[in-house]
Design a protein around this ligand. Structure first.
Ligand SMILES: NC(=O)C1=CN([C@@H]2O[C@H](COP(=O)(O)OP(=O)(O)OC[C@H]3O[C@@H](n4cnc5c(N)ncnc54)[C@H](O)[C@@H]3O)[C@@H](O)[C@H]2O)C=CC1
Ligand SMILES: O=C(CO)COP(=O)(O)O
Length: 400
C-alpha cells in the first residue's frame, strides 16, 4: 500500500506518564501532528491518577482552588504540563491525559508501554481483552520480569496481550530530551511476517522462539502498514534520532542490566571519584551484561547491539554519570543510608529500577545455580541487601 493513501490512521496510546513516559508522549505527539497520513493527531496518555497540590509559587496556582489537592489528569489537560513528573516542560496540546487505561487504549493500534516495571503486572491484566487484536506495542520499560524464568517486557507484553511488541532503549535522560537536547535511541522492531491470506504467521526472526506462539493478527488493509517506517516516523525527531534494529533481546537487556551496573558505579563513586576506577568497573559491568545476554538469550542476541548502539554502551555510560540509579546509590553511601531511603526522600515519586532489577536478576541466577558467574550483579545485590559493605565492591567483583 502506498503511504498516504490509507483511509484509516493509527491511534497511539502511551501507557505511563512518569518522567520518561511524559517525555515520550511529547515526542510522539509532535510526530502525530506532522504525520496525519499515518496517525490520529491526539495521543492518549494513561496516567496513574493521584492528587497533587499546586503550590502558591506555581504559575498554575488558582486562588479559587488554593492548595486543595487536584487530580493530576485534570492539571495535565488544563495546563499541558505534568507538574509532578516532568515539571517546567510544555506538552503538546494533543497529549490527552486519561486516568482509565482501558479507555486510553481503546481502538489504539499502537501501544507504547512506558512505566516503572514494578507496576506493569496490574496494568497488563487491565488491558487484557480490551485492545484491538492487531495492535502492536513498543516497550520503553527498562527492566525484566522474573518468575520461574526471565522474560523481556516485550515478550511478556506480547504473550499476555497476544500482540507483537518491540523495544525502545537508549542513552536517554528524560529531562534532557524533554528540553529537546540532542540524543539518539535504538528501536528493535521485527514482527513475524504476516500471511494475509490465512492470517497465520511465519516467524522470520524474533527475540526468542516463544514469540512463535503468538498468532499475529494482521492490520486491516485500509490502515497504513505497521512496519519499521511507521515506527521510525512515530519516534524520530531532530533532537531524538532513532536507529532501527532487529535485536529485541539486546535492546531490552541493555536497558535493564545497565541499571544494576549504575547502582554499582554509584556505590563506588560514593567513596572514590577516580575516573580510572569507574572506567574499569563500567568495563567489568559491560562484560557481565554481554555474558548474560549470550548465556540466556544467545539465540538472537547480537553483541554489536551493546557495543555499537545507543541502547548499549552509550546508555551504560550516561546512566553511570547522570542517571537516578547512579545518583541515589552514590548519595546512599555518602549519607550512610539505604538506596530506598534516598529514593523516597529525593525522587518525588519517581522510581528506581536498578535495585529491583538487581534483586530479580539475582533470583533468576540463583535458581539457575550460576550466581557465582556474575560477580558484579551479585556484589550489587549483596550490598543492597546489607550482606556486604559497599567498601568491598571492587574486591568482590574482581575476586578469583
Ligand atoms: N526517567 C528517565 O530518564 C528514563 C527512564 N526510562 C525507563 O522508563 C520507564 C518509566 O520510567 P519513568 O517514566 O521515568 O517513571 P518514573 O520514575 O517517573 O515513575 C513515576 C511513575 O510511576 C507511576 N506510578 C506510581 N505508583 C504507581 C502505581 N501504583 N501503579 C502504576 N503506576 C504508578 C506514576 O504515576 C508515574 O507515572 C522505566 O522503566 C525507566 O527505567 C528510560 C529512559 C530514561
Ligand atoms: O535510562 C536512563 C538513561 O538512559 C535513565 O536512568 P535512571 O533510571 O537511572 O535515571
Amino acid at each position: 500500500m502506498v503511504q498516504g493513501s490509507s483511509e484509516k490512521r493509527h491511534k497511539v496510546t502511551i501507557i505511563g506518564s512518569g518522567n520518561w513516559g511524559s517525555t515520550v508522549a511529547k515526542i510522539v505527539a509532535q510526530n502525530t501532528k506532522e504525520h496525519p497520513e499515518l496517525f490520529h493527531k491526539d495521543v492518549q496518555m494513561w496516567v496513574y491518577e493521584e492528587d497533587v497540590v499546586i503550590p502558591e509559587s506555581s504559575p498554575y496556582y488558582d486562588p479559587a482552588i488554593g492548595t486543595k489537592p487536584q487530580k493530576l489528569t485534570e492539571i495535565i489537560n488544563a495546563h499541558h504540563e505534568n507538574v509532578k513528573y516532568l515539571p517546567d516542560i510544555k506538552l503538546p496540546d494533543n497529549v490527552i491525559a486519561n486516568p482509565s487505561v482501558q479507555d486510553a487504549a481503546r481502538d489504539s493500534s499502537i501501544l507504547v508501554f512506558n512505566l516503572p516495571h514494578q507496576f506493569f503486572d496490574k496494568v497488563c491484566s487491565q488491558l487484557k481483552g480490551n485492545i484491538v487484536p492487531w495492535a502492536r506495542g513498543i516497550s520503553c520499560i527498562k527492566g525484566v520480569h522474573v518468575d520461574k524464568d526471565i522474560t523481556l517486557f516485550s515478550e511478556w507484553i506480547g504473550e499476555a496481550l497476544g500482540i507483537y511488541c518491540g523495544a525502545l532503549s537508549g542513552a536517554n535522560i528524560a529531562t534532557d530530551i524533554a528540553q529537546e537536547l540532542q540524543c539518539q535511541t535504538t528501536i528493535a522492531y521485527e514482527p513475524p511476517l504476516v500471511d494475509l491470506d490465512n492470517s497465520s504467521t511465519e516467524i522470520q526472526r524474533d527475540s526468542r522462539a516463544r514469540a512463535a506462539k503468538t498468532q499475529l493478527v494482521p492490520a486491516p488493509p485500509e490502515y497504513p502498514p505497521l512496519d519499521c517506517n511507521t515506527f521510525k516516523n512515530l519516534f524520530d525527531r531532530p533532537y531524538f534520532r532513532v536507529t532501527m534494529v532487529s535485536d529485541v533481546a539486546g535492546v531490552s537487556l541493555g536497558g535493564a542490566l545497565k541499571n544494576i551496573v549504575a547502582v554499582g558505579i554509584g556505590f563506588a563513586a560514593g567513596r572514590d571519584q577516580r575516573p580510572g576506577l569507574h572506567a574499569e568497573l563500567i568495563r567489568l559491568g559491560m562484560v557481565e551484561m554481554v555474558n548474560f545476554c549470550k548465556e540466556f538469550f544467545g539465540e538472537t542476541f547480537q553483541t554489536d547491539t551493546l557495543t555499537l548502539q545507543s541502547a548499549g554502551y552509550a546508555d551504560l555510560y550516561v546512566s553511570c554519570h547522570a542517571g537516578r540509579n547512579f545518583k541515589c546509590a552514590k548519595m546512599a553511601v555518602e549519607q550512610g543510608c539505604t538506596v530506598e531511603e534516598i529514593e523516597a526522600r529525593v525522587l518525588n515519586g519517581q522510581k528506581l529500577q536498578g535495585n529491583s532489577t538487581a534483586r530479580e536478576v539475582n533470583t533468576f541466577l540463583k535458581a539457575r545455580g550460576v550466581e557465582h558467574k556474575y560477580k558484579f550483579f551479585k556484589a550489587v545485590y549483596d550490598i543492597l541487601e546489607g550482606k556486604e559493605s559497599d567498601k568491598d565492591l571492587y574486591s568482590l567483583i574482581t575476586a578469583e
